[in-house]
Design a protein around this ligand. Structure first.
Ligand code: MRU
Length: 363
């Protein structure tokens, strides 16, 4: 990483010439920096499922590229056949992970693009799909910059901030969501002190967030998940910033397992708890957190994955490994979007965010 910025490390990009999605294999970070070249739909599906690429926005970007590549080599000559092939690709990629709404959002964007170019030739539709996929990534980068500005406006220089999981540059097109205010603060001399929860069982906080922030020269301290109350009680934390996988219309928010506990602790200690949410992660069609499907993952991730020997008896023990939890809206101080900061009651303020989005699209 010498003389190189963390932002030179692209999470995912399209290699159109070689019909490939190129992605940093995040399962290997921080010990190895290795890029994967994926050309088939099963490879792309598996990379999402296995968390080689992860984080809601990065999953969406990958799905956009995947859908384009999945249909690029179609030999269909009529629109209906082409569209049916696209729908099969879309459904397949959509089955890779259930919780992050960006996956479905990106695939829907691709479908809308395809349908709005219906009257064009198949090669022209393919070009439009490639442009749409690139735009999903470009939009994400613009979004994160805006979230960074709004987020930084909520904290004072020299603050301690706590984050959970990795909602960083690696989880997005660039800059991250929860980390965007941290990177901006670094640029502006804020001297923030970041506490990163390790984030069991897959250690996205330990492996990815500390890697990113340390590479950017940000003061970062790794803590185990069960240490958050201690650092809060000591007065070391002035704000919590987290990302999200899906925000329901009432503000309930699904994010990495453990987030809800952090929010409840922050409430107890009077610390503001901020959710950084691109509008692409806000799902107005899901009324409350109750309706959000929570991904269940393999038991091995809890007791075996990171250890040379199993850390629990393999017989006679049941395992429960939900990948996400839902933080009730009542614990969320604000939801920071690229169109501004929504405050409770979210049922009223989230639609205002979408009004701003629509008027900015009409300009
Ligand atoms: O299982 P993961 O690693 O995909 O979970 C990621 C998170 O929970 C992130 O906080 C969320 O996707 C936001 S990323 C900007």
């Amino acid at each position: 990483m010498e003389n190189k910025s963390i932002f030179d490390l692209e999470t995912v990009y399209l290699d159109d010439k070689n019909n490939a999605v190129i992605m940093l294999d995040q399962t290997l970070v921080p010990n190895e920096i290795k890029y994967l070249q994926l050309t088939t739909q099963p490879e792309i599906w598996a990379a999402i499922y296995e968390l080689r690429v992860r984080g809601a926005p990065a999953i969406g970007i990958t799905a956009g590229y995947g859908a384009y590549l999945g249909i690029k080599q179609s030999t269909a000559t009529d629109f209906d056949t082409f569209f049916n092939e696209f729908k099969a690709v879309k459904e397949y990629l959509a089955s890779s992970r259930p919780t992050a709404v960006n996956l479905f959002w990106a695939l829907k964007k691709m479908e809308t693009c395809l349908l709005s170019n219906k009257d064009k030739s198949i090669p022209e539709i393919k070009t439009a799909l490639r442009e749409q996929a690139e735009e999903i990534k470009a939009e994400d980068i613009r979004t994160n910059k805006a979230i960074g500005e709004f987020g930084l406006s909520l904290i004072q220089p020299n603050s301690g901030v706590l984050t959970h999981c990795n909602a960083g540059s690696l989880a997005t097109g660039k800059y991250g969501t929860a980390t965007a205010p941290m990177y901006l603060g670094q640029e502006r001399g804020y001297n923030l002190k970041v506490f990163a929860d390790e984030t069991r069982p897959l250690l996205q906080g330990a492996r990815l967030t500390t890697f990113e922030l340390a590479a950017a020269g940000i003061d970062v301290t790794l803590i185990c998940d069960n240490m958050a109350a201690t650092v809060m009680k000591k007065g070391w934390i002035q704000a919590v910033f987290v990302g999200c996988d899906r925000v329901a219309a009432n503000g309930d928010t699904a994010n990495k397992i453990g987030t809800a506990g952090v929010a409840i602790l922050a409430h107890e200690y009077g610390i503001p708890f901020y959710v950084c949410a691109p509008s692409s992660t806000i799902d107005m069609e899901t009324p409350t957190g109750e309706q959000i499907e929570i991904e269940l993952r393999k038991p091995e991730e809890i007791y075996r994955k990171w250890y040379s020997k199993p850390m629990a008896p393999e017989q006679g023990v049941k395992f429960y490994n939900p990948a996400f939890d839902v933080t009730d809206a009542k614990y969320i101080t604000s939801i920071i979007t690229e169109f501004g900061i929504a405050r409770p009651p979210y049922i009223r303020t989230l639609p205002q965010i979408f009004e701003k989005k629509h008027s900015s699209e009409q300009r």
